[in-house]
Design a protein around this ligand. Structure first.
Ligand code: ZN
Length: 54
């Protein structure tokens, strides 16, 4: 099954889900569905370092 990861737009803070595959794609750009800002997955604001619980 596909793993998903939450990303949050660094421009407007809108959060949404993308496949974890995007983190393995070189120079992949997420496009915020709300404001159309393009950003790298690793630029996402949020809790990427948080553990699986909580
Ligand atoms: Zn945005």
């Amino acid at each position: 099954m596909a793993e998903i990861h939450e990303v949050a737009c660094p421009a407007c803070g809108y959060g949404y889900y993308v496949s974890k595959v995007v983190f393995r794609v070189k120079d992949f750009a997420c496009i915020c569905p709300k404001c159309k800002h393009e950003f790298r997955p690793e630029e996402s604001i949020g809790d990427m370092e948080r553990g699986e619980q909580g």
